[in-house]
Design a protein around this ligand. Structure first.
Ligand SMILES: [Cu+2]
Length: 484
């Protein structure tokens, strides 16, 4: 009896779902794909522009649907997962993620997949933008030294993942075989000033995170979903230091963000920004004013935001151990004029005494201005710690340990301990070019920090008196002298 009622309920639910779909097919969104199927294409085939991350091909703009030739080469090659950590990546086009493909609704794609003769394994491609068996997986299955061509029509607009679908599929994806294909709607996406390609992936190595040498793939860890690395664009530091993304204030930035997985879902967030628009799951629905957007494994999202004030925006998976411990950290450096209406920065620093005591506060002035009164060493250390945790930690890491080959350590740093004037200059003016810290070479770029004399003295005193450094106390006078 009970079972009959349950069955009836299921049937009713199933019917309502079916009926719901039928109704949907009458409205405009559904008709886009129906119309796309019938779209005529220009006779001349055009070779698709493919780009390596973080770059994307030119927008389609107003062009009509066309025949698009895509030539993709699979390359198995040893590369770097992190500084000193080698890994054999399997790639579409020689990069992780693979080459970015950009077309529009109605395009007829002739896709050739080439498996390099030096490769060891067969591969294929499943494009989520394809309507057809396996997204092309069976049609494209190709042995080393061979190539396969198959054809499909792009009938749904959106941002889609593609990936290898050769068994063991999780392993092929885990080794880097994924990328994005963008299908723009008729007339193209709205114009923006900058576009970038960022894709997250999780990696599983025999050794622990950071263990040097050539690291083989670890099937058991992949099975257990215990990632050693969670990365943007396939490498610790792929989007930091010299590889950071850039924009100028006033510009609109569009990020095409994918998640290859194979296992983890991304809580994609940009520290210091709010997404003005998110094309949810890479589809046509737009959400606005979003802080963090969820990107499923095998899914994508388009996020857009206008950058208003200069800062280092930090791209993260907000499951933050992945960011600060497993590598999923990128920087988008925004340069340009300050906008005090949008962000004033710190305006007051005071001693806080609870229980009705009066608050003695000293205004914190603009960079370079005279501070109100010199601080004692403990006050300096306190201010310094706060500055460190806002201005320095994202790059130099919470305990000054540095990150890969991108950010040198401040803990036990011989470079730092040798010369305080040079350290002050580094903070005031930034630093680029080759330096050696503790016997290791760095050739990256640190942006100048917008801090006043008191803050510079504070943060350096804090660093010098922590993490095994030499205990130097940096004074405001010293900072003033260097500023001149
Ligand atoms: Cu493969």
């Amino acid at each position: 009896m009970k079972a009959t009622i349950l069955n009836a309920m299921w049937l009713a639910m199933a019917l309502s779902v079916l009926y719901g779909c039928r109704q949907k097919s009458d409205d405009g969104e559904e008709n886009i794909s129906a119309r796309a199927v019938r779209m005529k294409v220009e006779s001349q085939p055009v070779k698709a522009e493919l780009t390596s991350p973080p770059l994307v091909p030119k927008p389609v703009g107003n062009r009509p649907p066309q025949k698009l030739i895509v030539d993709m080469e699979i390359i198995e090659e040893e590369g770097e997962l992190a500084d000193g950590v080698r890994y054999v990546f399997w790639t579409f086009g020689g990069t992780v993620p693979g080459s970015f493909i950009r077309g529009r609704v109605g395009d007829e794609v002739e896709f050739t997949l080439k498996n390099h003769p030096d490769n060891k394994l067969p591969h294929n491609i499943d494009l989520h933008a394809v309507t057809g068996q396996g997204g092309g997986a069976e049609a494209s299955f190709v042995a080393p030294g061979h190539q396969k061509t198959f054809k499909f029509k792009l009938i749904n607009p959106g941002l889609f993942v593609y990936h290898c679908a050769t068994a063991p599929v999780g392993m092929h994806i885990g080794n880097g075989m994924y990328g994005l294909i963008l299908v723009e709607p008729a007339g193209g996406l709205p114009k923006v000033d900058r576009e970038y390609y960022v894709m997250q992936g999780d990696f599983y190595t025999k050794g622990k995170h950071g263990e040097p040498g050539l690291q083989p793939f670890d099937m058991q860890k992949a099975y257990d979903e215990h990632a050693d690395y969670v990365l943007f664009n396939g490498k610790v530091g792929a989007l930091t230091g010299d590889n950071r993304l850039t924009a100028n204030t006033g510009e609109t930035v569009r990020l095409f963000v994918g998640n290859g997985g194979p296992n983890l879902v991304s809580s994609f967030h940009v520290i210091g920004e709010i997404f003005d628009k998110v094309y949810i799951e890479g589809g046509s629905a737009v959400n606005r004013n979003v802080q963090t957007t969820l990107i499923p494994a095998g899914g994508a999202a388009i996020v857009e935001f206008k950058v208003e004030v200069p800062s280092n925006l930090i791209l993260v998976d907000h499951a933050l151990f992945r960011t600060f411990n497993k590598g999923a950290l990128g920087i988008l450096e925004v340069s340009g004029e300050k906008n005090h209406l949008v962000f004033e920065g710190e305006v007051l620093e005071g001693i806080y005494q609870p229980e009705g005591a009066t608050i003695q506060s000293t205004p914190v002035s603009e960079a370079g201005a005279e501070p109100a009164k010199p601080l004692t060493k403990p006050e300096k250390m306190q201010l310094g710690q706060r500055i460190y945790n806002t201005a320095c930690f994202a790059c130099h890491q919470p305990n000054g340990e540095g990150l890969g080959e991108a950010f040198p350590p401040l803990a036990k740093s011989d470079y730092l301990n040798k010369d305080a004037a040079r350290a002050i200059n580094t903070v005031l003016r930034g630093l680029s070019g080759e330096i050696t810290v503790n016997g290791k070479k760095y050739n990256s770029q640190m942006p100048a920090q917008v801090l006043n004399d008191q803050e510079v003295a504070g943060v350096l005193t804090f660093i010098y008196n922590n993490w095994g450094n030499n205990g130097t106390e940096v004074t405001e006078e010293q900072v003033r002298a260097q500023r001149k």
